[in-house]
Design a protein around this ligand. Structure first.
Ligand code: LFR
Length: 494
């Protein structure tokens, strides 16, 4: 085993993995040591994350490394953003963290915006208005007089919390902190004014570690239980999207990316948050990134819609793999119907095929009936929405991009990559698929001096993993489809 062995835990909304990274002859080699499902649990009508199960799986990952005789130099965790748990005064977790798709935040954003103008919130945070942001979740708990708030003394985001279980040290991490919409990127600290306006306690929020800072070491009880040494645990870009963008194998400072998983996150990397009126109007965000950058991007609903369709078909007794769905989509007829993937109809879990039908009825379109037709509508509409958001990104950042980097598990869907190239009329460069986990590894190596900086890391990533180029095809047909898509969905450029 090598001297550079580090472990990345990357938790996605539907599965998690432990990726071992090793530097061999100036290249990165990775191996998946452990993979596990992340199934949210509905109880009492509320949707929760199974946080202790996730912690259990992290321990399993550490045990697998041990059984393989791997001497780890360090480890780190990244996950989805915005969700959190509270510690009580005895330092124990209170309750089970809620899932951001739980319905308890319905109406919470509107309610906050009645009290605090959107312009104030945006000027203080630079963060897009998503109904499940931590700020609205906390306000919903406040309005409901939740015992979480009366008993909680410390708020930790999901990776903060898991890191706390491992190290016994409670810290918040920068990239995730920004997604709360309670962090001020201009002062570099929690926004005390927003906290005051919402009557939230400043003391819930701790010191904020930057990606690459040492957060602690495995605590004695964990080492004893697992029979492993007390390795360092780093803060990385603990927001998975931050790690994914860290792993984009770009050669130029100005690049466009699409992190493609349950969500599609599209945008560019900037040195300073873009917090003007246009950014707010277009509902772009400025999430904290590695090396003091920000991610100017927009959330697109992503593969969530097809994932939920698949779950529904499964409930109906039709078990379909993703490759099968892609094949069936490819065989269906083109541009039969369009959806706006970001319609709020598609946000909560549930019977997605029916909601697509509802959307089509509402917009006077024929309803796609077969599995293939539904899948095709989803993929085409995503590709077309990518064109829309890419053009907004160019407009907002004042840049022209020569092509689009795609990273994340979604790039295994080659049809979607090709259709994206067709829709945007530019090349797509797809890879690596394990973007978040690789970005997580890279920041650990930067912290330990194996890489000089993020740009060296990106160069090595480029040389270590295949990147597949998709050339745009069928330009005219896709342009006509885009015009129809814009008309049907009613999305408008500001
Ligand atoms: C992607 C992601 C997005 C965030 C969403 C909810 O996994 O982290 O960036 O908006 O999940 O946390």
């Amino acid at each position: 085993s090598g001297a550079s062995d580090v472990l990345a835990f990357d938790l996605g909304a539907s599965s998690g993995r432990a990726l071992l990274g090793r530097l061999v002859d100036g290249k990165i080699e990775v191996e998946e040591l452990h993979r596990f499902p992340n199934d949210p649990v509905q109880v009492g009508g509320r949707l929760h994350w199974d946080i202790l199960r996730l912690y259990h799986e992290i321990k399993q990952g550490l045990l697998k490394a041990k059984h393989r005789g791997i001497a780890l130099k360090s480890m780190a965790i990244d996950s989805w953003a915005v969700d959190f748990g509270f510690l009580g005064k005895d330092g124990e977790l209170i309750g089970n963290p809620y899932h951001y798709r739980d319905r308890h935040t319905e109406g919470a954003m509107e309610s906050v915006l009645e009290r605090i103008p959107a312009t104030v919130i945006f000027a203080r945070t630079g963060i897009q208005f998503l109904p499940f942001n931590t700020i609205y979740q906390l306000d919903a708990l406040k309005q409901a007089n939740s015992p979480l708030l009366s008993n909680g003394v410390r708020l930790l985001m999901i990776p903060d919390l898991l890191r706390y279980f491992l190290t016994g040290k409670a810290h918040n991490e920068f990239t995730n902190a920004t997604t709360t919409q309670l962090f001020n990127p201009l002062t570099g600290d929690w926004d005390v004014e927003l906290l005051r306006l919402l009557d939230l306690e400043r003391s819930w929020f701790g010191d904020v570690l930057k990606p690459g800072q040492l957060a602690g070491r495995l605590q004695p009880s964990v080492c004893e239980e697992l029979g492993v040494p007390s390795i360092p645990v780093y803060a990385v870009a603990e927001h998975d999207t931050g790690s994914a963008v860290a792993a984009v194998p770009a050669t130029e400072k100005s690049f466009a990316y699409l992190s493609c998983g349950t969500w599609s996150l599209m945008g560019t990397e900037v040195d300073k948050p873009v917090m003007n009126e246009l950014a707010q109007k277009l509902n772009f965000t400025n999430e904290g990134g590695v090396a003091d950058t920000f991610r100017l991007l927009k959330n697109i609903m992503g593969l969530w819609i097809i994932q939920e369709c698949r779950r529904e078909w499964e409930r109906e007794g039709k078990s379909l793999s993703f490759p099968e769905l892609v094949r069936m989509a490819n065989e269906a007829s083109p541009f039969a119907a369009f959806i706006d993937p970001d319609d709020e109809l598609f946000l909560p879990p549930g019977d997605m095929p029916s909601r697509i039908a509802e959307y089509c009825l509402r917009t006077g379109q024929q309803t796609p009936e077969t599995v293939g037709a539904i899948a095709r509508t989803i993929f085409e509409s995503l590709a077309l929405k990518y064109r829309y958001v890419l053009e907004l990104t160019e407009r907002l950042s004042g840049q022209r991009f020569g092509g689009l980097h795609m990273v994340g598990g979604g790039i295994q869907n080659e049809l979607l990559c090709q259709w994206t190239a067709n829709a945007i009329g530019k090349q797509v460069w797809a890879g690596p698929a394990e973007g978040s986990a690789i970005g997580n590894l890279a920041v650990q190596w930067i912290a330990q001096g194996d890489f000089a900086d993020i740009w060296e890391a990106r160069r090595v990533i480029r040389e270590s993993f295949p990147v597949k180029t998709y050339d745009p095809e069928d330009g005219q047909r896709w342009h006509e489809a885009y015009v129809a898509f814009v008309k049907v969905t009613g999305i408008v450029s500001v």
